[in-house]
Design a binder for this molecule. Structure first.
Ligand SMILES: CC(C)(COP(=O)(O)OP(=O)(O)OC[C@H]1O[C@@H](n2cnc3c(N)ncnc32)[C@H](O)[C@@H]1OP(=O)(O)O)[C@@H](O)C(=O)NCCC(=O)NCCS
Length: 227
């Protein structure tokens, strides 16, 4: 049972999407508001979207965890995936929260756009590493796959002496705290207009680099959040 951290390629995008869909559950109350459908039956728009994000950002890095002992196809030996962005140059623009066909544009703007706006306000003018995606196939969770993926980005952050940032799911929060992240802001979203939960809380979490006083973004230096 050997878990290996391997840099992922564009060919891994469909498998990442399959793991992501299974990990979040296709019919959760938040997912149903964000993606009411109908979903396209042809192609894989989510995989296309990931590939586009990667091509547009030279600082985007993909990693996968491969269980080399798994009695499965090479594709199915991939059990987890992470998308990191190593932004040594401060970001100047705020990405849109828009998602592809089958999504609810207003809800996506509140949820994904809201995260992007808060992150931009907090980290404005500062370099940081950003964990955009992290998911492990449910039957392989609690084996340390996500920890290996986290470790890569955090070692990179420490090497560069810059903070790490992420928006946490409720499921991931305890793991992130174990790895030294702490909540610096909360995004609260109301999905009741679409029959969803009226108060969804997304913790925005920051981890200072180890081994040195962060010169880049201590809590005191964080930007004011525009709410
Ligand atoms: C959050 C998520 C990525 C964690 O993935 P994972 O591969 O299970 O993570 P790990 O195995 O590294 O750690 C999970 C837990 O297992 C524990 N663990 C790790 N290795 C272990 C082992 N060999 N034996 C027993 N427990 C172990 C960890 O300490 C951790 O404990 P905690 O739940 O008390 O924090 C996964 O649950 C997931 O995909 N969730 C749905 C999507 C999601 O929420 N993603 C986060 C987006 S911000």
């Amino acid at each position: 049972m050997v878990l290996q951290l391997v840099e992922a390629t564009e060919d891994d995008a469909p498998r990442s999407v399959a793991i992501e869909t299974e990990a979040y559950g296709p019919n959760g109350p938040v997912g149903l508001v964000l993606y009411p459908g109908p979903r396209p039956t042809e192609g894989n728009p989510r995989a296309d979207e990931l590939i586009k994000q990667r091509r547009e950002d030279p600082d985007c890095r993909w990693f996968k965890i491969v269980d080399t002992d798994l009695d499965a196809s090479p594709e199915e030996r991939m059990i987890a995936f992470a998308q990191w962005h190593v932004w040594t140059t401060p970001r100047t623009s705020i990405p849109s929260g828009a998602r592809g066909p089958g999504s609810n544009p207003e809800a996506c703007d509140l949820f994904f756009g809201g995260m992007n706006r808060k992150r931009h306000a907090l980290m404005r003018g500062k370099p940081y590493v950003y964990l955009k995606l992290l998911h492990t196939q449910p039957k392989h969770q609690k084996r340390g796959a996500a920890s290996l993926l986290l470790e890569w980005g955090l070692e990179e952050a420490d090497r560069l002496g810059i903070p790490a940032f992420l928006e946490s799911s409720q499921q991931g929060r305890r793991l992130y705290e174990k790895w030294g992240f702490r909540e610096v802001e909360t995004l609260t979203v109301d999905f009741s207009p679409w029959g969803g939960p009226s108060s969804i809380e997304v913790p925005l979490m920051l981890r200072e680099p180890k081994g040195q006083q962060s010169s880049m973004a201590t809590m005191d230096q964080l930007g004011q959040v525009d709410t």
